[in-house]
Design a protein around this ligand. Structure first.
Ligand code: EPU
Length: 338
């Protein structure tokens, strides 16, 4: 167990915000997770984090911050004819799981390559990219119930996965410490190349039918071209979720903006890229003091150095207001604001 008092969280959030917490506890196994559960059960205030890649700290945190210890730990725990089940420690980097899977001929996660964050957070946030979502791979989530210290196992269907949503974000919020996740990988390679600019990026690289490693490398290249490296420029990836609007709203917007990109959700709903909405409001590449909107992808807010979380939050509010005034759409942060 790692325990610290009055501890800076600067290394624990990719925005690089220098906020502190009263106490910090990192559990390294299920036994320690149960000890942490007992501690925070009594505490007035606690916050569970992963690697902080989806977190905006707007003030010092007066309670206990809890996280699984960061380390790589994966085990094959089941085999079927078409699938292999891989149990991963909650503090394992999700991208390290994908690298391991591709090396071991286990498929289905290539399109999620280079998404920052850890295994535990993948189960909470249902991270996704290029037409794939972590929830699609999740078979089971093992956790410690904070109220009782009991070890519980949730099955995929219990978790109610949706676009960047799960029960862990809603009715199960602050009720469990996730210790491991079992992902179900396919033994058959079934590449998904239709989403976004995967095809054109492959064409540019002279690849017709990518191997799993080539697909992973292509996704990594696309992401690196569009998204800032948090080690260089503080950020938390997409700051906002892409809004889902009703068909009437979509059709009325289309009259004014016939070029508007969109993804059809179902007969009644369309998803509009928030990056496009923000870009159209003229925010792309703009800087306000020490914060700004990234110049290659307007969905990403950045810390140009030494910014506070409140400065990022103020920018978030300005961007939300402009998008609402221009399009009548409320865009909601994807990032957890504390
Ligand atoms: N667009 C603009 N201007 C911009 C940004 C985007 O016009 O500044 C347009 C693009 O031209 C494109 C559309 O908006 O037509 C969508 O852009 P993109 O393909 O970059 O994807 P996104 O919808 O902005 C989502 C995820 C990303 C994920 C990509 C690729 C959300 C909130 N974001 O972004 O996830 O990498 O798709 O699948 O769903 C993350 O969650 O942190 C993240 C990076």
């Amino acid at each position: 167990m790692i325990e610290k008092e009055k501890y800076s969280l600067k290394e624990h959030n990719t925005f690089g915000i220098d906020a502190s917490c009263a106490s910090f506890m990192a559990y390294g196994n299920v036994v320690e997770a149960r000890q942490v559960a007992a501690r925070i059960r009594e505490a007035a205030l606690f916050l569970i984090i992963g690697s902080g890649s989806n977190l905006l700290l707007t003030h010092d945190f007066e309670g206990i911050v809890v996280t699984p210890e960061s380390r790589f730990e994966v085990d094959i725990v089941g085999e079927e004819q078409a699938y292999t089940y891989l149990r991963c420690w909650a503090g394992t980097l999700f991208d390290d799981v994908i690298a391991y899977a591709v090396e071991h001929q286990l498929y289905g996660a290539e399109n999620l390559s280079l998404i920052p964050g850890e295994v535990g957070a993948s189960a909470v946030q249902n991270i996704g990219a290029y037409g794939a979502e972590a929830g699609d791979l999740i078979s089971e989530v093992e956790a410690v119930e904070i109220a009782t210290g009991k070890i519980v196992v949730f099955h995929h269907t219990d978790c109610e996965y949706g676009y960047r949503q799960s029960k862990f974000k809603h009715s199960w919020k602050n009720k469990y410490l996730i210790t491991s996740v079992v992902y179900r990988f396919s033994k058959v390679y079934n590449p998904r190349l239709e989403y976004g600019n995967i095809r054109s990026a492959l064409r540019e690289a002279g690849i017709d039918m990518p191997t799993p490693q080539q697909l992973r490398d292509t996704i990594i290249r696309i992401r690196q071209a569009k998204l800032p490296d948090p080690k260089v420029l503080g950020n938390a990836g997409s700051f906002f979720m892409n809004p889902i609007v009703g068909r009437d709203k979509y059709e009325s917007l289309l009259k004014t903006f016939p070029q508007m990109p969109h993804y059809t959700i179902d007969a009644l709903h369309e998803k509009i890229p928030a990056g496009w909405l923000i870009d159209k409001c003229g925010w792309k590449g703009k800087t306000v003091g020490r914060v700004g909107v990234y110049d290659k992808q307007a969905l990403v807010l950045v810390n140009h150095g030494q910014a506070t979380g409140s400065e990022v939050l103020a920018l978030c509010r300005e961007v939300q207001r402009d998008v609402f005034n221009k399009f009548g759409i409320e865009i909601k942060p994807e990032v957890n604001i504390v």
